[in-house]
Design a protein around this ligand. Structure first.
Ligand SMILES: CC(C)(COP(=O)(O)OP(=O)(O)OC[C@H]1O[C@@H](n2cnc3c(N)ncnc32)[C@H](O)[C@@H]1OP(=O)(O)O)[C@@H](O)C(=O)NCCC(=O)NCCS
Length: 186
C-alpha cells in the first residue's frame, strides 16, 4: 500500500499492533453514531484484529484503508521511523448500493473516522485531501462521500477538500445520506 505524507501526518497500512487503537476508536458511540443505518460499537480486540485483516484485503494500489498517524517533531524535519500517535482512519473504497444484497454501486467513496482526542485539529481535512489527490492521480474519474444529514463536522470536511454537495440520496447503504462528489480535474 502506498504510504502518503502530509505536513503533519503519515498515512500507512494498519497492522495487528494497532488493534488496541482500533478498538478504542470504534468502541465509542460518539465515533459510530453517524456510521451506517444501525450504528453499533466494537466489543473486543478480536473484532479489531478481524477488521484490520479485512482492511488489508481492500488494498488494490488505488483504494485502501489507511491508519493516520501524527508525525513526531523529528519526523517533520527528517525521515524517521519513530511512531507518532494514531489519530484515525482514512478510507477509499467501493461504496455498496442500497438493496438487500448491498451490491457494489460502481462508485468509489472517501471516508474518515477520527479519535475524539484528535478532532478539531484539521486532521480529517488534511488526510482526506491527500487521499482524494491520490485517488485522482491513480485515475479515478469521480469520488463520492456520503454523510448522515446531521453530521455537520463531516459535511464541513467534504466542503473543505473540494467535494460538492449534490442532494439527499437513498442510493447507498440502505439509508438516507447527504451526497457529495468530486470529479477528477486531470
Ligand atoms: C467527521 C470527523 C472526521 C471530523 O474530524 P475533525 O478532525 O474534527 O475534522 P477537521 O478538523 O478536519 O474539520 C472539521 C470541521 O468541521 C467543523 N465542525 C466540527 N464540529 C462541528 C459542529 N458540530 N458543527 C459545525 N461545524 C463543526 C470544524 O470547525 C471544522 O471546520 P473549520 O476547519 O472550518 O473550523 C470527526 O468528527 C469524526 O471522526 N467523527 C466520527 C466519525 C464520522 O462521523 N465520520 C464521518 C462519517 S461520514
Amino acid at each position: 500500500m502506498l504510504i502518503l505524507e502530509t505536513p503533519r501526518l503519515t498515512l500507512r497500512p494498519y497492522t495487528s499492533e494497532d488493534a488496541d487503537f482500533v478498538l478504542d476508536l470504534y468502541s465509542r458511540m460518539e465515533v459510530q453514531r453517524f456510521l451506517g443505518a444501525n450504528p453499533k460499537t466494537m466489543q473486543d480486540r478480536a473484532e479489531a484484529l478481524t477488521l484490520i485483516e479485512a482492511w488489508a484485503r481492500r488494498d488494490d494500489g488505488t483504494c485502501g484503508i489507511w491508519a493516520v498517524q501524527e508525525k513526531t517533531v523529528q519526523e517533520k524535519t527528517v525521515q524517521d521511523q519513530d511512531a507518532g500517535n494514531l489519530t484515525g482512519t482514512l478510507l477509499l473504497k467501493p461504496i455498496p448500493a442500497s438493496g438487500p444484497e448491498r451490491k457494489p454501486s460502481g462508485d468509489i467513496e472517501i471516508g474518515w473516522h477520527f479519535h475524539p482526542d484528535s478532532w478539531g485539529k484539521g486532521y480529517a481535512s488534511e488526510a482526506g485531501a491527500a487521499v482524494l489527490q491520490h485517488g485522482f492521480k491513480h485515475g479515478l474519474p469521480r469520488v463520492v462521500a456520503v454523510t448522515n444529514p446531521a453530521n455537520t463536522a463531516s459535511m464541513r470536511v467534504c466542503g473543505k477538500i473540494g467535494l460538492q454537495h449534490q442532494s439527499s440520496t437513498d442510493r447507498y447503504y440502505n439509508t438516507v445520506c447527504e451526497l457529495f462528489t468530486a470529479e477528477n480535474p486531470n
